[in-house]
Design a protein around this ligand. Structure first.
Ligand SMILES: Cc1ncc(COP(=O)(O)O)c(C=O)c1O
Length: 370
């Protein structure tokens, strides 16, 4: 009995040094607090994709439900999804590992490649989940600053690495800076670094310039992709790793759980992939609205919006970003307060959404800054 208590105590002590993931304000909580209907709240803080028509996605889901026999574990369906998604992004299905969102796969990669006392490097600033997954393994997370213009400093990365460094995380286009990292820099890094280079391409469909074509050639390069952003399927939880076929086989057969993705999610994703025209048209709309949003933001006094190759825009304001974030919340608009990004203070991040939502956001921001 006493021994068990000691074990639990150790876990609690370990847990104290881990960070928790802040999902931010939720629609339900804010609606209740403001006495509004949930439909009146604008959720623009998680880079979800509201351009893919909800009716279309629901139809795909209904068809998936009609066809599914939930009594049986998914088996061949996951292979079908690897094949279909491989065709969609232009790689062989042997190179693909499917998981429950890219978050789960980032965690899986850390489980495979990191042991207590190892180190992982990542560009800074970037997506916070890498740190979390690295630290869960008892490994040390070392951020390496991007250059002033948000570009990758591959020489600084190599300088910061040591024999303990097992993984380098890159994110391209990067969250929250919204820019793509240069292909040549990533290739140089991958050639010179002896550990694993993991590039998160969650937003690459909104920019182009994916590195998936390099995954077979470089045995130490893997790419994360997700269905959450481009397909508007954040709620369904599907992500993917693209690696060379040998590594993908090991990940699939030895490390990934056999039934990690739900049958309904797999079937719905398969159906959606057959309608790439709907997805392409949503991508075009995201890009159009993104450029308009950047123009509009830059026309507001005291605001500077950065260029974006994603479905969100990073912008800075000439007063406390926390106060801007709070005042927008009071108006029922949830964005993300980022704070300092390298030399830029008071930055915020907003999801690109259809015009009526963006117009509401822009007029609320104008009122807030007046
Ligand atoms: C860079 C990046 N990677 C991964 C994710 C999460 O992807 P998923 O929904 O597949 O877990 C996000 C979500 O915001 C992200 O910004």
């Amino acid at each position: 009995m006493k021994r068990e208590k000691r074990i639990i105590g150790n876990v609690l002590n370990e847990a104290r040094r881990l960070s928790s993931y802040d999902v931010g304000e939720t629609i339900e909580r804010l609606a209740q607090r403001l006495n509004k209907k949930p439909s009146e709240i604008l959720k623009l803080n998680s880079n979800e994709n509201f351009f893919v028509p909800l009716e279309f996605l629901r139809r795909m889901l209904r068809e998936a439900v009609e066809e599914a026999d939930p009594r049986i574990y998914p088996r061949d369906e996951i292979k079908d999804l690897r094949r279909a998604y491989g065709e969609y992004i232009g790689v062989s299905s042997d190179q693909i590992v499917i998981g429950t969102g890219s978050d789960q796969l980032i965690d899986l990669v850390c489980r495979i490649f990191l042991r207590r006392g190892d180190e992982a490097l990542a560009i800074s600033p970037t997506f916070s989940i890498y740190r979390r997954c690295v630290e869960i393994q008892g490994a040390v997370y070392k951020p390496v600053s991007l250059r002033k213009d948000f570009s990758l400093d591959d020489a600084a990365m190599l300088n910061a690495s040591s024999s303990k460094t097992k993984v380098i995380f890159l994110c391209s286009p990067n969250n929250p800076t919204a820019n793509r990292l240069e292909r040549e820099g990533i290739m140089r890094l991958t050639e010179e670094f002896s550990g694993l280079v993991a590039v998160d391409e969650a937003y690459v469909d909104f920019s182009g310039g994916s590195l998936v074509d390099l995954a077979e050639e470089f045995e130490n390069l893997i790419i994360f992709r997700t269905f959450s952003k481009v397909f508007g399927l954040a709620g369904l939880r599907i992500g993917c790793v693209v690696a060379n076929a040998e590594l993908a086989k090991i990940m699939n057969e030895k490390f990934q759980m056999p039934y990690s993705v739900s049958l309904i999610a797999i079937k719905a994703a398969l159906k959606i992939l057959k309608h790439s025209e709907v997805i392409y048209s949503a991508i075009c709309e995201v890009k159009r609205e993104r450029e308009r949003l950047i123009r509009e933001l830059n026309s507001i006094n005291g605001v500077r919006a950065f260029n974006s190759e994603t479905n969100f825009v990073l912008f800075k304001v000439n007063r406390s970003s926390q106060s801007v974030y709070r005042r927008l919340l009071e108006k029922g608009i949830i964005i993300r307060n980022i704070g300092r990004v390298l030399e830029y203070e008071n930055c915020l991040r907003v999801t690109v959404a259809p015009t009526p939502m963006m117009n509401k956001f822009l007029s609320a921001l104008r009122e807030t800054l007046e």
